[in-house]
Ligand binder design. Structure first.
Ligand code: 13P
Length: 233
């Protein structure tokens, strides 16, 4: 069993998400997969989380039940859709929205106390990658500061920033090397890879040593492509 997730990012409307989910549910009624599937649509497109073959998660939430945090959503807005799965620390939030490690750790503390399943993202930028393995690992470990690695519903996604949305995935050797080193620290925590995963490379990537699945962006935004990814997995 692998974990395969689609991050819609800022794509899809409520109606296109609904179509996507209906298509996927129908596909998975016939195509049996051993893998655990999660979709992360934008919050404006949340749907009631009661599909048989996959879960709906949130790409972000603030560490509050409700309150005065304009532009954010909290626990109450997730509860309305029975959402119990949350992405924290995606590089786009860290880099573009300037979310720092303290903020990621606060979100993690709040939602782990509520028993959420947490997909927690880490990943290095190109200038760190160029410094080599030790620099990469040091950088990635700083992104785990304040995160309780004993939390049983934690899943970590390693998404090198230079591989996201570029069409240039890390090589199989690079993925296996970093995952194997990370696993020494992470133990049994599932470790996904993300960054230009698609229908052609999914199989090779998810069956590498120490890879427990994939977090996929652009190649999964059309439901037919995501179904093909699942067929090839
Ligand atoms: P791409 O698959 O588009 O590279 O995005 C990966 C990602 O950021 C998933 O969270």
């Amino acid at each position: 069993m692998k974990i395969i997730a689609s991050n819609f990012k800022t794509n899809h409307t409520r109606s296109s998400t609904k179509e996507y989910c209906i298509h996927l549910e129908e596909f998975l009624n016939h195509f049996k997969t051993p893998h655990k599937i999660t979709l992360f649509p934008p919050s404006s497109a949340f749907l009631e989380n009661n599909f048989k073959h996959f879960k709906i998660g949130a790409q972000n939430a603030y560490f509050t039940k409700n309150g005065s945090f304009s532009g954010e959503i909290g626990q109450e807005q997730l509860d309305e859709f029975k959402i119990q799965t949350l992405l924290i620390g995606h590089s786009e939030r860290r880099e573009i929205l300037k979310e720092d490690q303290a903020m990621c750790a606060k979100k993690f503390a709040y939602f782990s106390a509520l028993d959420y399943e947490i997909f927690y993202c880490i990943g290095e930028p190109l200038n760190i990658k160029e410094k080599g393995k030790e620099a990469i690992l040091d950088y990635l470990l700083t992104q785990l500061n304040g995160i309780n690695l004993d939390y049983s519903k934690l899943i970590i996604a390693y998404e090198p920033i230079w591989a996201i949305g570029t069409g240039i995935s890390a090589t199989l050797e690079e993925i296996e090397l970093i995952h194997t080193n990370l696993k020494q620290k992470l133990g049994k925590i599932p470790l996904l890879y993300g960054g230009s995963v698609n229908a052609n490379n999914i199989h090779d990537i998810i069956y590498l040593n120490n890879v427990d699945g994939a977090l996929i962006g652009s190649a999964s935004w059309q439901v037919e492509n995501f179904c093909q990814i699942l067929k090839n997995s």
